[in-house]
Design a protein around this ligand. Structure first.
Ligand code: ADP
Ligand code: MG
Length: 886
């Protein structure tokens, strides 16, 4: 068997260490991929697959991308969830003996992206790591390499871990190879995430300061795994990593992943986009940092009344002081993404334009401070009192950098005049040379009398004197040295010209070199400021989010909520913030919500499309808005502080692709009812709808009873089973409300108004009418409905009758279904009836078979009082036999 060439051997050796990544193997001006990497990459990137002889028996599949356009290709692979290992030549090929030495210099993965193009400005890019401890607790660490933020927490249930990862939209998860594959699978089912492995949990000395504040070894180990992974894959300075923040998930309102999704907090269910979400509605931030913080705040509503009030008071102040707010907004607009800048400084990826942006940002800081002081609010003043404008750095950047430097840091024109003496001298030399040359043109024109004589420059010949062919005869022979002949002109040089040229070029070369050196020094100096810039970034982003709340609250006429401790909800004229925004403001019908201890469960009925879901969500969104410190869409709002919000949607309403199974509905419900406390808010929207009617109704009733008996938290339950509305008779804290609709000319008109009491009708067919389904179809639906109504009356008798035959272990709560038909009272009957009694009777009889009618007739005729028990028994036996006969 032939052996591979040394280069392919080198490739294979390196590749062995990076099995899970595409190895971008540098060969001259290209990154090449071989073997399987090449086949997959050629498909994923739609580039040509070729092959090369590598010394083996078969040709080796190969594909490549040019070095300069590699970032685009890398980004595309990362977007698809892959990793890319960049393998560079690490010695000068000219000096190499044998194969040039190569090493992987960085592994780029979805969670470690630093390239600005691949990152969303207003979104963090998280990588997380999870450690499963023997006591069945979990450590979760989150890092954003682009901003340097790190946090860690301990969580006791894996479900909560998944919710956290989901909320943070982590792109990559790092675990040990012994981590349960089953648990990993549950993560993968919920979101697209790249999985990576890291075994080491050692914290290197250089990073000890990051974990100093962590008291528990578990926390250190959890964070260390991510740290080790970053160190191992990034292979460079990570000086921008910030000390790890310990947090507890129970410091914030818990909104699990189903609820987040269902409430469309940061993305909509349908399109998965930001547009149409609460974040979209709220986002009036003007800095990238503020945008990211806003998203974090929405993810983590507060529980501390004090902290909530601090934010609300500041929003209040900013709302009232319009001019200061607008001034603040204008100033903040000038502030660059300091956090990501700090990250790129550490990575060595900043250019002079970035630093000019930094300078401009820093110059605004004193003004920001001043305008915030003018607000005259203690919290606001506290926020900015220790703000650090990094004056020395500002001064350095002001002195050091030109106004409009180019993108490239290797072509000069970066450093300002008067910053460095040596540089000024080189520049003088170059400028003097150029002036001399400029004056030479004039001088030579006079000397020769050729008015069109000019001096030019090109890269090949340097400076030259150009004389057009027509004027050549005016030039004394041998005056200049001939250099180049063009069709219309001759180009000449003189020793003097070349001498000056040498001086200029030398000066320029030195300028470029020196400028680069000086720039690198400034960049190093900026590095020292990284922690201070990060601290500044935090303040700026907070101010930004608060002004954003104020702006939205003012524009949309929100009110400051108050918080009670008795658990009551009093909302006057509340609105759904997003629905209200997308429709005409005047069209939205506001609704009150009153919930107290003795009406803690609202059972909401009403036709389809009347606004049940909207109403429930507006209550939850109001609570969330309040607890993130924003004003709320209502005229008045008194709210409790909720510890958790659960939102579940019946399967038929659940539009998430591939997950609209009844099982998911039940799993979600289980999670809500087992985790909710008395201080939680539960929204159950048409739960039970994912299964057959009776099944669904039974579950719905049992769930309501369970919440009533065992949890006792504020609950909104919408349902289209109005059979459930009788539950108010046995559940003391349940109150019926309905969304009203009226019938006009046999058509339903939605009023979207919440009213007391149960809805009286199901308007499905009317809605179909509104949608203008063909009239014969509608006609038919009315007949079928009538049949169903009838059939269901009959069916209902059975389960109850069976149940009576078997002794029950415990007294069941009163069933909602009507008891036997015979014992049904008039009032009960009318409650259930969608039709007049007479019509119902006709319908019923029409659907009975001839034999059944006969049996009924016979039954009617029996004179029971005249019969002995045995006669009665015999008569019953006969009738039953008739009935059973096929
Ligand atoms: P349901 O859950 O009862 O089927 P939805 O809550 O989904 O109904 O509401 C259906 C539509 O009705 C919404 O998309 C919205 O356009 C409109 N709607 C709901 N509530 C209101 C309201 N309070 N004012 C105006 N329009 C509303
Ligand atoms: Mg609905």
């Amino acid at each position: 068997m032939a052996t591979y060439t040394p280069m392919i051997q080198q490739y294979l050796k390196i590749k062995a260490d990076y099995q899970d990544a595409f190895l971008f193997f540098r060969l001259g001006d290209f990154y090449e991929m071989f073997f399987e990497d090449a086949t997959t990459a050629s498909q994923e990137l739609e580039i040509t697959l070729t092959s090369r002889d590598g010394g083996g028996d078969d040709r080796i599949p190969m594909c490549g991308v040019p070095y300069h356009s590699a970032p685009t290709y890398i980004e595309r692979l990362i977007e698809k969830g892959y990793k890319v290992a960049i393998c560079e030549q690490v010695e000068d090929p000219k000096k190499a003996k044998g194969v040039v030495k190569r090493e992987v210099i960085q592994v780029i993965s979805p969670g470690t992206l630093m390239n600005e193009k691949g990152l969303q400005e207003k979104e963090n890019n998280y990588i997380c790591s999870v450690t499963h401890f023997p006591d069945d607790t979990f450590g979760l660490a989150l890092s954003d390499l682009s901003t340097g933020e790190n946090s860690v927490t301990l969580i006791s249930s894996f479900h909560d871990v998944v919710s956290e990862i989901y909320a943070k939209e982590a792109k990559e998860i790092v675990v040990s190879s012994s981590f349960s594959a089953e648990l990993l699978q549950t993560v993968k089912e919920r979101m697209t995430i790249t999985i990576s492995f890291e075994e080491s949990t050692k914290v290197e000395d250089a990073f000890l300061h990051l974990t100093e504040s962590l008291q528990q070894q578990k926390l250190v180990d959890t964070f260390a795994r991510i740290l080790q992974y970053l160190v191992r894959t990034q292979k460079r300075s990570l000086e921008h990593l910030q000390p790890v923040q310990l947090y507890q998930i129970n410091e914030y309102m818990k909104i699990d992943l189903f609820s987040k999704r269902n409430l469309e907090l940061t993305e909509t269910i349908r399109s998965k986009g930001k547009k149409g979400s609460l974040l979209w509605l709220l986002d009036q931030t003007v800095t990238a940092m503020g945008g990211r913080l806003l998203k974090n705040w929405i993810d983590r509503p507060l529980l501390s009344k004090e902290k909530i009030d601090e934010r609300l008071n500041m929003v209040d102040v900013l709302m009232k002081q319009f001019f200061e707010r607008e001034e603040l907004r204008d100033l903040l607009k000038e502030v660059y993404d300091l956090e990501r800048l700090a990250g790129r400084v550490a990575f060595g990826n900043v250019n002079a334009r970035d630093l000019v942006q930094l300078r401009k940002s820093l110059q605004k800081v004193p003004e920001i401070q001043e305008v915030v002081y003018r607000l005259n609010n203690p919290y606001a003043s506290k926020l900015v009192e220790d703000i650090d404008p990094c004056e020395r750095l500002t001064a350095l950047l002001e002195r050091g950098l030109k106004e409009h430097p180019p993108l490239s840091i290797k072509e000069g024109d970066i450093i300002a005049d008067n910053y460095n003496h040596q540089l000024d001298q080189y520049r003088d030399a170059s400028r003097n040379g150029k002036t001399w040359i400029a004056s030479l043109e004039q001088k030579e024109r006079e000397r020769t009398g050729i008015r069109s004589l000019k001096i030019g420059y090109n890269r090949v010949f340097g400076y030259y004197i150009e004389v057009t062919r027509a004027n050549l005869h005016l030039l004394p022979e041998g005056m200049y040295e001939r250099k180049q002949t063009l069709t219309n002109a001759e180009r000449f040089i003189t020793p003097e010209l070349k001498e000056k040229e040498a001086l200029i070029l030398e000066a320029e070369e030195k300028i470029v070199e020196l400028e680069y050196e000086l720039f690198a020094q400034i960049r190093e100096e900026v590095k020292v400021y990284i922690p201070r810039l990060q601290a500044l970034a935090k303040k700026v982003s907070e101010l930004d989010v608060l002004q954003c709340f104020a702006k939205v609250s003012e524009e949309r006429h929100y009110t400051k909520p108050t918080f009670s401790t008795n658990g009551d909800i009093h909302i006057k004229n509340g609105r759904h913030p997003v629905v209200e925004k997308v429709m005409n403001a005047q069209e939205y019908v506001p609704n009150d919500c009153q919930m107290t201890d003795d009406s803690s469960i609202l059972l909401i009925t009403g036709p389809n499309m009347s606004g049940k879901s909207t109403y429930m969500r507006q209550v939850a969104l109001t609570a969330i808005l309040g607890q993130i410190g924003c004003f709320v869409p209502a005229e008045e709002a008194e709210l409790p502080i909720f510890d958790q919000v659960f939102t579940r949607i019946g399967a038929a309403d659940d539009l998430i692709s591939g997950q609209s199974t009844f099982m998911v509905e039940m799993l979600e419900t289980k999670n809500a009812v087992t985790n909710a406390t008395q201080s939680s808010l539960i929204l159950l929207d048409e739960i039970g709808r994912g299964t057959s009617t009776y099944d669904g109704m039974a579950l719905a009733q049992a769930i309501i009873e369970y919440v009533h008996e065992h949890i006792g938290c504020k609950t909104l339950f919408s349902t289209h089973y109005h059979e459930l509305t009788v539950l108010d008779q046995q559940l003391s804290a349940l109150r019926n409300v309905h969304v009203s609709a009226i019938e006009k000319n046999n058509k339903v008109v939605f009023l979207h108004k919440i009213k007391e009491g149960p809805a009286d009708k199901s308007y499905g067919i009317h809605v179909a009418e509104l949608a203008e389904l063909p009239e014969p179809l509608l006609q038919r639906a009315r007949v079928i409905l009538a049949d169903f109504e009838n059939a269901s009356e009959e069916q209902k008798v059975k389960p109850t009758a069976d149940a009576v035959a078997e002794p029950e272990p415990e007294p069941e709560p009163q069933p909602i279904e009507q008891p036997k038909a015979e014992t049904k009272t008039d009032t009960e009957q009318s409650q259930l009836s969608f039709f007049g009694e007479e019509k119902e009777q006709q319908v019923k009889e029409a659907s009975l078979s001839k034999r059944e009618k006969q049996i009924i007739a016979e039954l009617k005729q029996l004179d029971l009082l005249e019969m002995t028990p045995l006669d009665a028994m015999n008569a019953m036996y006969k009738l039953q036999k008739l009935l059973k006969k096929k």
